[in-house]
Design a protein around this ligand. Structure first.
Ligand code: SF4
Ligand code: SF4
Length: 357
């Protein structure tokens, strides 16, 4: 391929946007520390220092907010900032004397600084009712109510280790639900309602059948209409069919809600990365302040805060005390819905009689 080839296909190389201090120290950082909550200090092999000041954002930013952040970056961090995968904004500062004024400015503008070290960081979440057709629950609304309640753990209150909370509004899961310490996941709980009289006009039957990941949809003639049927035992209420075919609606105000999962992590420090597991199978949708979901997450956070050892993640704490003890200590009921009955579930079952309690 020609080295000079220019194209507008795909993203430009990230190297073009790195601040000079990061380019100069790429792969050569000696250590990092957290001088205060919300500030990371990276020190290079030759003594270069970089302070990253982290503030929470509301994820969806107006043009005014982006302009404000750009002005703050121009004033305090030579115009450099970055967004983290959990919707924080970080200002990359090379002059120590600008760290404190940057924090003061951010907090005065209503963007709290925190989210580093042993505590809660901002919550990563998906689109919710406003922006996605297959949402079983809201996203921004629940996350706002949760963060209002847990805010001290973001700002200054310590937890034993890092706690990552994630939110996805259906099981297509655009959020990091499978690998977060505590996760909330929207769930539909009934079969798609098929509009037999219009489905052939609104949708392509073959692509609708092909859209189902579990093969639950079959072509069928119903009351003389070319349509489909759904095999109940195979449906996992994922709404993929609704994505390609609006005549198969899944949303239901009475039956939809959310579930809570615990113990996932990406980090391979101390223990391998972990997938999260089901803690609470169903909580009804309760806008605008979602009291049951907020109380349930606070209960898990506080039980973990009481019982975990220093640096232990939620999953590591549960593995150490045992899952029966987790359900006992949190007071969460263990139900038949906690037992995986999917086709290959047998491979994940515990086969020994050794259960710690
Ligand atoms: S998680 Fe599901 S409902 Fe939410 S934004 Fe993604 S696809 Fe849409
Ligand atoms: S909701 Fe998902 S599993 Fe159920 S029929 Fe539709 S695509 Fe298949």
């Amino acid at each position: 391929m020609c080295a000079d080839r220019k194209t507008d296909i795909g993203p430009p190389h990230h190297d073009k946007f790195l601040p000079p201090i990061i380019k100069n120290n790429y792969g050569k950082w000696k250590y990092h520390e957290t001088p205060q909550r919300g500030v990371l200090l990276h020190v290079g092999e030759k003594g270069d220092k970089l302070w990253s000041v982290r503030a929470a954002t509301a994820r969806i930013a107006s043009i005014e907010t982006i302009r404000l952040f750009a002005d703050i970056a121009d004033k305090f961090s030579d115009g450099y900032l970055r967004w983290t995968s959990r919707n924080n904004v970080e200002f990359l500062i090379t002059d120590e004397s600008k760290v404190k004024p940057c924090i003061q400015k951010l907090e005065a503008e209503g963007y709290p600084v925190g989210g580093t070290g042993n505590g809660l960081t901002n919550i990563v979440h998906t689109q919710g009712w406003v922006h996605c057709h297959s949402a079983a629950t809201d996203a921004s609304g629940v996350v706002k109510a949760l963060m209002d309640d847990l805010f001290p753990y973001y700002h200054d209150k310590e937890l034993p280790g890092k706690v990552r909370i994630a939110f996805a509004c259906c099981l297509n899961m655009c959020g990091a639900v499978h690998c977060s310490d505590i996760a909330l996941l929207g769930v539909h709980r009934r079969l798609p309602a098929i509009k037999h009289d219009i489905i052939a006009k609104q949708c392509e039957i073959p692509s609708t059948v092909a859209a189902c990941p579990t093969g639950a949809i079959r072509p069928k003639t119903v009351d003389g209409h070319q349509s489909v049927e759904v095999i109940e035992e195979q449906c996992m209420y994922c709404a993929n069919c609704f994505t390609v075919c609006p005549a198969m609606t899944l949303n239901d105000p009475e039956m939809d809600g959310l579930s809570i999962w615990v113990g996932g992590k990406v980090s391979n420090a101390r223990s391998e990365p972990m997938f999260s597991k089901l803690a609470i199978p169903y909580i009804p949708n309760e806008p605008p302040r979602w009291p049951t979901a907020v109380k349930a997450v606070r209960n898990i956070v506080e039980t973990y805060a009481k019982g975990a050892r220093k640096f232990e993640r939620v999953g590591e704490w549960i593995e150490r005390i045992g899952w029966p003890a987790f359900f006992d200590q949190t007071g969460i009921e263990f139900t038949k819905y906690h037992i995986d009955d999917f086709t290959h579930a047998g491979e994940t079952f515990k086969r020994s009689a050794q259960l710690r309690h």
